[in-house]
Design a protein around this ligand. Structure first.
Ligand code: S3P
Length: 163
């Protein structure tokens, strides 16, 4: 029996405001795993906040940094990775996330999605963004989990899906 099998990462994708960060934090606690926020690493790397990166360097620069961060984190093992909502817009991000990860897509009622501090959500009509992104989230996801109920329910659903 081999002892060096690698524990798959748990990757959360979904619309901005769907609760990826909150679910990642709760899952990290429940499973005793390290939680990584992709946007935090991008912001550290750029030395600016996410809205500043968009305002000063543009979305292309942000997406490049995002792909770099996902490439690094995707090689790791056993982490819980909360991604930015737009990571699905680059097809090359899929193998990076999927190589050692199980990808869960969180869904949440459009009316419940906050837009504060989110340049993409503020610049775009959310319903349109959601419609445009839906097929992309589907393509990336190994499973879809509703985050319309209590946080604990979402966490429990993901835990059971891992068994
Ligand atoms: C983005 C979502 C944001 C952040 C950036 C771009 C998007 O992350 O990565 O502002 O394109 O949907 P959240 O999903 O955490 O808001």
């Amino acid at each position: 029996r081999t002892v060096n099998h690698r524990l798959r990462n748990i990757i959360l994708i979904g619309m901005p405001g769907s609760g990826k960060s909150a679910v990642a934090a709760a899952l990290g606690k429940a499973l005793g795993r390290e939680v990584v926020e992709a946007d935090e690493l991008i912001s550290q790397r750029a030395g600016m906040s996410i809205p500043e990166i968009f305002a000063r360097s543009g979305e292309e620069t942000f997406r490049k940094l995002e792909t770099e961060v996902l490439a690094e984190q995707g090689k790791r093992s056993g982490i819980i990775l909360s991604t930015g909502g737009g990571c699905v817009t680059r097809p090359e991000n899929y193998p990076l996330l999927h190589q050692n990860g199980t990808i869960f897509r969180l869904t949440r009622d459009l009316a419940k999605l906050p837009t504060e501090g989110r340049p993409i959500s503020q610049a775009t009509d959310l319903a349109q963004l959601c419609a445009r992104r839906e097929p992309l989230y589907r393509r990336f996801a190994d499973g879809t989990v509703s985050n319309d109920g209590a946080l604990e329910v979402t966490v429990q659903t993901i835990k059971e899906a891992l068994l």
